[in-house]
Design a protein around this ligand. Structure first.
Ligand SMILES: [Mn+2]
Length: 327
């Protein structure tokens, strides 16, 4: 497949103030959210590569950790220490983040630089100086594709592959999309024209899983409890599980198994962490789980959202159970 630099019109218009932001800065850093997924990492890597080859050296920052199997190969490209931020970078691009706390612990070391936020989340607390926020697009990588089409002559083959991986991550390989989101398919066509291979992306996502990642699914299925006559499911994992089975989870596979159960509308998955708990919600129906997450100080999308709490597992789990029992 040949690389293309052929200019195409951006599928999502990039606001003038966003184009002006990129023209103002000769060095940039790009940062994404804590516990990154492939939409975040694909957005960051493709943007940094596109900008760097266009003459704007761009550093990659991430709070990590790089636990998800599909992003592990990108880990050594990222600076994870806030002390390592390029001192000469005058601008910051924050991607796939709906609130400033999602880039912790980088907030302080990025202070004093102009900040552009590129995001597609629904609930959130707006921050930064310049915004390219489109909750109507199903993946952040769609917005990065538009930026590269506008500013860098379109994505190169490697960039297109990284963007495609993000696009299929946030859309469940297009299975989460409604009939009102053709932009995802238009972007997929645009990226495959630039050399992205859907088959390679699928192989990348569906291989190389650890034995422990399967055993932890078994344990969490075993622990799942039915609320509201089985329309709502809740399960959890402990820090002990992580010691036993390792950190290479495949939570998306667990979500698929739980959401496929008859009559299930909403699921909640709580994970015990070193200093608190996370909770993730997924919906099968029109329930807006970003609102449930917002009740716990988090955010996300209608069908997928999450939150973090500093409470212990034994304190937090009953709160989530009560909230889900009263949808
Ligand atoms: Mn995303």
């Amino acid at each position: 497949m040949s690389e293309t630099t052929q200019q195409e019109d951006a599928l999502v218009p990039v606001p003038d103030e966003v184009v002006a932001f990129f023209r103002r800065h000769q060095r940039l850093v790009v940062v994404g959210h804590l516990e990154p997924d492939a939409d975040c990492i694909g957005s960051q890597v493709a943007l940094a590569d596109g900008l760097t080859r266009s003459g704007v050296p761009t550093q990659l920052l991430s709070p990590g950790p790089f636990e998800r199997q599909e992003i592990a190969v990108y880990a050594d490209r990222f600076v994870t220490d806030p002390g390592g931020v390029d001192p000469d970078a005058t601008g910051v691009v924050v991607v796939d983040c709906s609130s400033a706390d999602r880039i912790h612990p980088f907030e302080e070391s990025l202070n004093g630089r102009e900040m552009l936020v590129v995001d597609h989340h629904r609930e959130g607390r707006p921050f930064g100086d310049v915004h390219f926020i489109r909750p109507d697009v199903p993946a952040n990588t769609i917005l990065i594709t538009a930026i590269l089409d506008t500013l860098a002559g379109g994505p190169r083959q490697r960039e297109a592959q990284d963007l495609f991986l993000g696009l299929v991550t946030d859309t469940g390989f297009f299975r989460f999309l409604g009939s009102d989101e053709p932009v995802a398919f238009e972007t997929a066509a645009r990226l495959t024209r630039a050399g992205a291979s859907p088959r390679l992306a699928a192989e990348h996502l569906d291989s190389g899983r650890s034995w422990g990642s399967r055993k932890i699914i078994a344990r969490m299925l075993d622990r799942a409890e039915q609320l509201q006559d089985g329309q709502v499911l809740l399960t959890y994992m402990t820090s002990q599980d992580e010691l036993e089975f390792g950190t290479r989870r495949d939570t998306d596979a667990l979500y698929r198994l739980l959401l496929a159960i008859e009559d299930v509308r909403v699921i909640g998955v709580v994970k015990e962490k070193a200093h608190g708990c996370t909770v993730s919600f997924r919906a099968n129906d029109e329930t807006d789980v970003s609102r449930i997450a917002a009740d716990f100080g988090g955010g996300g999308h209608q069908k997928a959202a999450g939150a973090f709490s500093t409470q212990s597992l034994t304190a937090f789990l009953p709160h989530v159970r009560t909230r889900l029992a009263n949808l």
